[in-house]
Design a protein around this ligand. Structure first.
Ligand code: UD1
Ligand code: CA
Length: 455
C-alpha cells in the first residue's frame, strides 16, 4: 500500500528582487498568480492535503486563495527552507508521504512529480535534480566516486570545485512525513546564510545509511524558480511557447507562435487561424473555420463556425454565431449575442444586446441593452440612448427594420417590423411597422443669403 500523499508548498519568501508590493507568489504568469500554477499541479496529483507555508504578504496571499480545502502554515520569521517545512508539520498526519513544492516554481508538471513519487516508493527520500549548463544560484549535488549522492551544498557554502558541479538541486523532494520530522529536528543553521536548510536532510538520510533516489527533470524551465521580473518574463514566454505548440499540434494555425498569448483556456475546432498579437483570456471557444485577425483580445467568448474576427477587435463576454463578420475595431461587451451571419463593423460597440440573423451595424454605432431582430440594417452613427442618467432601458428593433444614419433611439422604445427610420431621427416613441418615421427639421434654402465678408 503506498502512503497517502500530502503536499507542502513553500511560499513564505519575500521576493526582494521583484521590487514589488505584490507578494512574489501572487505575481501573474499567463494571467494567474504563480502560486495558482503550483496549486494546479499539486491538485492534479489528487493529494490528501495541501499545505501552503506563507509569510511575506501572508494575509494578501491567503485572501487570494479562499479554497477552504487548503491548509495554511505561517512562517514568521523566515529562517530557511528547512524551517519552513517544519512549520507545516503540525498540519500533517504522520502516516503520510510529503511532497515539497515551491510557490515560485510555476511550470512544474504533474507527470514529473508522479515519476518522483514512484521513486520515493523504492527509497526513503527522492530528490528531483536537474542538469544545468549554468548552475549558478542552485544547490549542487555532491556524489562520491561511485556516484552515490552524499549531500547538497548551497552555492554560498560551496568550494570552487563544488561550484563546478553541473547537477543542480531543484528543491523538490518526497519522503515519508515521519522521516522529514526526524531529519528536520536535527537541522542546524551553521552555514553561510545562517538558515535552516531543507537540503541538509539529504546528508542526514545518508548518515542513517540510506540511498537517496534521484529523478532528473526533463527541462530546466520546468523547475526554474522566479526571483526577478526578467525571470518571470522568461517563464511567461516558455509557458506561451508550450501553449502555442500544443495548439499547433491540434491543427490550429498560428501565424507566429512567438506572438501568441493565452491567459486562460482556449478550445479550437478544425482549421482555426489566429493571426499575430492576439490575447485570449478566461474561457474562449473557437469553432471550425474561425479566423481571428491580428491584435484582437478575446475574453470569455464563443465564436461559432466560419466566423471571422477582423483586426483590432476587443470581445468580452460575447457569443458569436456562425459566419459572422466582426471588426476591424469592433468592441463587443458582456451580454452580446450575435445570431448567424450578423456583421458588426468598425468602431461599433455592442453591450448586453442580441443581434438577429443577418443584421448589420457596420460603422460607428453604440447598441446597448437592445433586442435587434433579423435582417436589420443599422446605419452609421446610430446610438441607443439606453441610460437616462439613473436607469438603463431597452430598445427593441423588430425584423427587417432599416435605421437611417445618425439616429438616436431614446429607450425605452420599440421599432416595429419593417419600419424605416429616416436619417437623423431622434426616436422617442414607438415607430409603426412598414412605415417611414422621421424626426427632422424641414430643410430650407434661403434666397438672397450672402456669405459674410472679412472686415
Ligand atoms: C533553494 C535550495 C537550493 C536549490 C534552489 C532551487 C535550500 C537551502 N536551497 O535555494 O538547493 O537549488 O532552491 O531553486 O533549500 N522559502 C520559505 N521560507 C524560507 C525560505 C524560503 O518559504 O524561510 C521558500 C521561498 O518562498 C521559495 C523557496 O522556499 O519558494 C526557495 O527559497 P529560496 O530562498 O528561493 O531558495 P534558494 O536560495 O533559491
Ligand atoms: Ca535563499
Amino acid at each position: 500500500m503506498p502512503l497517502p500523499l500530502d503536499i507542502v508548498i513553500l511560499a513564505a519568501g519575500q521576493g526582494k528582487r521583484m521590487y514589488s508590493s505584490l507578494p512574489k507568489v501572487l505575481q501573474p504568469l499567463a494571467g494567474r498568480p504563480l502560486l495558482a500554477h503550483v496549486l494546479a499541479a499539486a491538485h492534479a496529483l489528487d493529494p490528501r492535503r495541501v499545505v501552503v507555508v506563507h509569510g511575506h504578504g501572508g494575509e494578501q496571499v491567503r485572501e487570494r486563495f479562499p479554497d477552504p480545502g487548503l491548509a495554511w502554515a505561517l512562517q514568521e520569521p523566515q529562517l530557511g527552507t528547512g524551517h519552513a517545512l517544519q512549520q507545516a508539520l503540525p498540519l500533517l498526519a504522520p502516516d503520510g508521504l510529503t511532497l515539497v513544492l515551491y510557490g515560485d516554481v510555476p511550470l512544474i508538471r504533474p507527470e514529473t512529480l508522479r515519476e518522483l513519487i514512484v521513486r520515493a516508493s523504492e527509497s526513503p527520500l527522492a530528490l528531483l535534480a536537474v542538469d544545468l549548463a549554468n548552475p549558478q544560484g542552485y544547490g549542487r549535488l555532491v556524489r562520491d566516486a561511485s556516484g552515490k549522492l552524499l549531500r547538497i551544498v548551497e552555492e554560498k557554502d560551496a568550494t570552487p570545485a563544488e561550484r563546478g558541479i553541473r547537477e543542480g538541486n531543484t528543491g523538490i523532494m518526497v519522503a515519508p512525513t515521519a522521516s522529514f520530522a526526524r531529519w528536520l529536528a536535527q537541522l542546524g543553521n551553521d552555514n553561510a546564510q545562517g538558515e535552516y536548510y531543507l537540503t541538509d536532510v539529504i546528508a542526514l538520510a545518508v548518515a542513517e545509511g540510506e540511498d537517496v533516489a534521484c529523478a532528473l527533470a526533463a527541462d530546466e524551465a520546468e523547475v526554474t524558480g522566479v526571483n526577478s521580473k526578467d525571470q518571470l518574463a522568461d517563464l511567461e514566454r516558455k509557458f506561451q511557447t508550450n501553449a502555442a505548440t500544443r495548439l499547433m499540434a491540434q491543427g490550429v494555425t498560428l501565424l507566429d507562435p512567438a506572438r501568441f498569448d493565452l491567459r486562460g483556456s482556449l478550445h479550437c475546432g478544425r482549421d482555426v487561424t489566429i493571426d499575430v498579437g492576439c490575447v485570449f483570456e478566461g474561457e474562449v471557444r473557437l469553432a471550425d473555420g474561425v479566423s481571428i485577425g491580428p491584435y484582437s483580445v478575446l475574453r470569455d467568448v464563443t465564436v461559432a463556425a466560419g466566423s471571422r474576427i477582423a483586426p483590432f477587435s476587443h470581445l468580452d463576454g460575447a457569443f458569436i454565431g456562425e459566419r459572422c463578420i466582426v471588426g476591424p475595431y469592433a468592441r463587443l461587451r458582456p451580454g452580446t449575442v450575435l445570431a448567424n451571419e450578423a456583421h458588426i463593423g468598425n468602431f461599433v460597440e455592442v453591450k448586453n444586446s442580441s443581434i438577429g440573423e443577418g443584421s448589420k451595424a457596420n460603422h460607428l454605432s453604440y447598441v446597448g441593452d437592445a433586442t435587434v431582430g433579423a435582417r436589420v440594417n443599422i446605419g452609421a452613427g446610430t446610438i441607443t440612448c439606453n441610460y437616462d442618467g439613473v436607469n438603463k432601458h431597452r430598445t427593441v428593433i423588430e425584423d427587417d427594420v432599416f435605421v437611417g444614419s445618425d439616429t438616436q433611439l431614446v429607450a425605452p422604445v420599440t421599432v416595429r417590423r419593417g419600419a424605416t427610420l429616416g436619417a437623423g431621427t431622434t426616436l422617442t416613441r414607438e415607430a409603426p411597422p412598414d412605415t417611414l418615421t422621421v424626426s427632422r427639421a424641414k430643410q430650407i434654402a434661403v434666397p438672397g443669403w450672402k456669405r459674410p465678408k472679412k472686415v
